[in-house]
Design a protein around this ligand. Sequence first.
Ligand SMILES: Cc1cc2nc3c(=O)[nH]c(=O)nc-3n(C[C@H](O)[C@H](O)[C@H](O)COP(=O)(O)O)c2cc1C
Length: 423
Amino acid sequence: MADLTGKRLLLIIGGGIAAYKVLELIRRLKERGVSVRVVMTAAAQHFITPLSVGALTNERVFTDLFDLNDEREIGHIRLSRQADLVVVAPATADLMAKMASGFCNDLASTALMATDKPVLIAPAMNPKMWDHPATRRNVKQLTADGIALIGPEAGEMAESGEAGIGRMAEPMAILAAIEEQLAPAEQPLKGRRAIVTSGPTHEPIDPVRYIANRSSGKQGQAIAAALAAAGADVTLVTGPVALPAPDGVTTIPVETAEEMLFHVEAALPVDIAVMAAAVADWRVAEAADKKLKKTGKTPPKLALAPNPDILATVAGHGNRPELVIGFAAETNDLVKNAKAKLAAKGCDWIIANDVSAKSGVAGGVMGSDSNRVHLVTAAGAGGDDAWPLLSKTEVAARLVARIADHFGDARPRRRDEAEAHPS
Ligand SMILES: Cc1cc2nc3c(=O)[nH]c(=O)nc-3n(C[C@H](O)[C@H](O)[C@H](O)COP(=O)(O)O)c2cc1C
């Protein structure tokens, strides 16, 4: 159980029959040492009284946007910001509609608009109201706005006896969702350093033309973001992509394979290397420094030269990361080819992805938001694994969970140790 002592919650109680359950929630929060401030809507006060809420929270209860005393002493803006989390329970259809549309004509909706803190809502309403197209739209909008939902659940309604989805989540389930929001997520890779490569490379033919491939960089970026979320200190070396740089990651944009290798080697030593970039195998041996002119009918002949093998270089490096993971995009004999690549490159794991038309990914893996991969490990017995069709974010989360398992409870190496004793 996470320690919630001293955490501050702003609880907004809406006018639904489930308001009575919120008294139990407040008790549980107080037991966990959470300080709870409450705003009640006018409708909520028909169901439970500010007196009982105030008696449980041991704080004054806020009900009126235009209360002179409240506004002078704390004000709706401070009220909405002096909290680590804002919870709406029960979140009525009306409150959800206001939130989705940005209305603020009472204290509850104004505080919700003014807050800069995460918001969690526990919807509760009649199943017909929950199924109504307006509520469906509002749920979609609220989710897109980054608002977290707990429930509603299926069951019988308190007032009408109707069955369906709409019952507010039980107080203990809401408490668990609050705990998830308030307690910082576990960071199993804290203290670890990682390098991720991502995207295509562009190999110039002349100043305006280049050789490239269809890699979008989505999978590599998702892995970089997931490693950072797990606490790793991540450097992302990315070829040209149309994606914003992920938060919390040091991003180094490059064009060519040679630039990519330079920045990868400069980032060593690290604990984890995930080489997800689709590096061009060849470059034009001598790129023209002026635009090639279309003269006559004979096209220019392009002599190609091999690019450096970044994965093999990292896997064979004097400062080799403890865990080197490569990617293999295959159209046939997925696992066989991935195993051969793993041996040839000297890396520890290969994520083989099926880029063939039969991968099950509509329109093909490259550029898509989904991926179907097979994890092949050097030991083989280390848990070779065919993963189902997943979003690239889910593939990243699974991979990072496997990386975290690999490092287990081992003490993270400090950077100076890593430099003194390269693996
Ligand atoms: C007995 C009764 C029970 C109600 N229960 C709910 C409910 O569970 N969910 C809901 O969205 N609205 C419910 N309503 C309707 C709301 O109280 C009404 O939409 C109100 O305007 C909501 O105000 P608020 O969102 O400002 O709290 C109920 C109304 C009554 C009279």
